[in-house]
Ligand binder design. Structure first.
Ligand code: ADP
Ligand code: MG
Length: 233
């Protein structure tokens, strides 16, 4: 579903954010990308979204080589990749339902289809009674659930989440993880960048660990810290 081969990203000024990354993410997988601040997590997500271009290497997303893709095709690529960020990025002057349905409106979908899909996805995230509220009338955890609903409303095969629990307390974060787990169980491939130890340890999913732009661990049902680290008791 997502395949990186020999991907290197060097920023102007010479920072090597990612170094010769090979990564194969299958359809329906749930994968955490972990590592300290500056290790390259956001760069990896931005490359998959074609917000950044690789310096070297190849990336395939949903069967397409996006390193060669012409710019005019990128909006279409992004329709198959939902995104969730640390800061919910909701439109403050629109209701929850309008925020969630916005992308479908832009695509010119009929009102009846939009209403039905918005209602379904609000149920999925547990906000079916809050469609008429404005973002400022919601808690942080609820706002993040709205942004998951918005990312998932057109049922993309891939969901990318960059530190989605970064602004939330531990109990609220668990709620967001339940929602992402539900999204994953519909068959959606989920890639989540995080440095939230508790979440990763509770979920026991595939863990890819970055350190200074290199993959130093790729474990199937991993924890945040490697259990086999030298020096651990
Ligand atoms: P993380 O998300 O793991 O905190 P990032 O991918 O944001 O890490 O950053 C990886 C490295 O690339 C860091 O050294 C960061 O300073 C650098 N970097 C990120 N974005 C840019 C940019 N637009 N220009 C130059 N350097 C950048
Ligand atoms: Mg980041």
């Amino acid at each position: 579903m997502i395949l990186l081969e020999g991907v290197t990203k060097v920023f102007e000024g010479g920072t090597v954010a990612l170094r010769d990354i090979d990564l194969d993410i299958k359809k329906g997988e749930f994968l955490f990308v972990v590592g300290p601040s500056g290790s390259g997590k956001t760069t990896l997500i931005s490359l998959v979204l074609r917000e950044l271009r690789v310096t070297r290497g190849k990336i395939w997303v949903a069967g397409k080589d996006i390193t060669k893709m012409p710019t005019w095709k990128v909006p279409h690529l992004r329709r198959s990749v939902g995104t969730v960020f640390q800061d919910y990025k909701l439109l403050p002057s629109r209701t929850v339902a309008e925020n969630v349905g916005f992308a479908l409106e832009v695509l010119g979908r009929p009102r009846s289809v939009i209403d039905r899909q918005v209602q379904q996805v609000l149920e999925l995230v547990g906000l079916q009674t809050k469609g008429d509220r404005y973002p400022r009338q919601l808690s942080g955890g609820e706002q993040q659930r709205v942004s998951v609903a918005r990312a998932f409303v057109n049922r993309p095969p891939i969901l990318l989440a960059d530190e989605p629990t970064g602004n939330l307390d531990p109990a609220t974060s668990v709620g967001i993880m339940r929602v992402l787990d539900r999204v994953n169980r519909t068959g959606t491939t989920v890639l989540m960048a995080t440095h939230d130890h508790a979440i990763v340890d509770a979920m026991r999913r595939r863990v890819v660990q970055l350190e200074r732009g290199k993959i130093i661990r790729d474990e199937t049902r991993g924890t945040y810290e490697s259990i086999n680290r030298v020096g651990d008791s």
